[in-house]
Ligand binder design. Structure first.
Ligand code: FE2
Ligand code: FE2
Length: 350
């Protein structure tokens, strides 16, 4: 491609794990319970102010605990439901190599879900209860996974856009104030960056192929671009919980900041790839040093979040069936653990 840059940075260096610029925020104090021993709230506030971690053994305000459980559970559910759109292509991958890569990627997402459920358990949440809430529609997962995967190019575009957006969202979470969540994020982000690279490499290969393959890539880009921008959530002025999460340093950047970061990161990658992002308003703004871009359809986002996206029913049905069909595995594992415990007790008594 004439004029194209030799290298496209998939993940900008300054956003690499552990190298983020610290954002200063003021901590909104929440009153400790009346029976809390003196100094607990002060200790919590001071820990946050020093940018140190809150650990499971530490006292924390109930609002902080609940916010984290909700966020971590939603994140865990997204990883697990997110296995479905791409998982549907494992049996139809065009080569053994692509099948092995896709298999590994989908398995990674299952692993991410499990780390995150474990992180939620350190806050006193019960994994069964979280799964029940998901299945009963009382807890959400990312809106992006309610869109269909129509061709194998979608696998590449999901890796590039969806894992790319996940990286933008999650790298700052490596410095989240809650220790187990932050530590889970470090490992997850390393794997997400592999996911993004494999997606981009797949698309590069397709773009070097036939006209039909290039059309498949452009079609997938056209369908996934706007839903990917919606992954960052509603605009800041319509995101009431964000300010509190930022004060608690659970969240480090606003939805709009992260969305802009994603656009800035993705535009040169699209140029290098040779695809057009479907936004006539997209252009570089010399003055702001960022790209200007159009507004996602927020009504569509609300509809999808409320359950009326193209694949919500299918995703939930599949998750429910998998849970029911897996009941015997959970029962067997529980029986095995009980047997081992009884044996260990017997051995200790002998
Ligand atoms: Fe993931
Ligand atoms: Fe991923």
């Amino acid at each position: 491609m004439p004029g194209a840059r030799k290298h496209v940075t998939l993940i900008p260096n300054e956003w690499s794990v552990g190298k983020l610029v610290t954002m200063t925020t003021t901590h909104a104090a929440e009153a400790p319970p009346p029976d809390a021993p003196d100094g607990l709230q002060e200790h919590f506030d001071a820990t946050i102010a020093r940018d140190q971690r809150i650990e499971p053994r530490d006292w924390m305000p109930e609002g902080y605990r609940k916010t984290l459980i909700r966020q971590i559970a939603q994140h865990a559910h997204s990883e697990i439901i997110g296995m479905q759109p791409e998982g549907e292509w494992i049996t139809r991958a065009p080569s053994l190599r692509r099948k092995a890569i896709l298999f590994a990627k989908v398995q990674d997402e299952a692993g991410h879900g499990l780390y995150l459920y474990s992180a939620a358990e350190t806050l006193g949440a019960d994994r069964d209860d979280l799964t029940r809430r998901l299945i009963e529609g009382r807890q959400k997962y990312s809106s992006i996974f309610n869109y269909p995967t129509l061709s194998f190019a979608d696998v590449g575009v999901i890796g590039w856009f969806v894992d790319g957006a996940a990286i933008c969202n999650q790298v700052p979470l490596c410095r989240s104030s809650y220790g187990p969540y932050a530590r889970a994020m470090v490992r997850i982000c390393k794997e997400e960056s592999f996911h993004q690279r494999q997606g981009y490499e797949l698309l590069m290969t397709m773009m070097r192929g036939t006209d039909a393959q290039r059309e498949m890539v452009q079609d997938a880009v056209d369908r996934w671009w706007w839903p990917s921008l919606m992954m960052f959530g509603p605009p800041d002025d319509a995101s009431p919980n964000s300010a509190r999460s930022m004060a608690w340093k659970i969240k480090r950047h606003s939805n709009d900041e992260l969305r802009r970061r994603f656009v800035d990161m993705t535009v040169p990658q699209a140029e290098k790839l040779g695809v057009t992002l479907p936004d006539p308003q997209l252009r570089w703004n010399e003055e702001s040093g960022h790209h200007d871009f159009g507004t996602p359809d927020w009504d569509e986002l609300m509809r999808v979040i409320k359950g009326d996206g193209p694949c919500n029913d299918r995703r939930m049905e599949r998750r429910r069936t998998a849970h029911e069909e897996g009941a015997w595995v959970r029962e067997a594992a529980t029986a095995h653990a009980a047997k081992q415990a009884a044996r260990a007790e017997k051995g200790a008594a002998a």
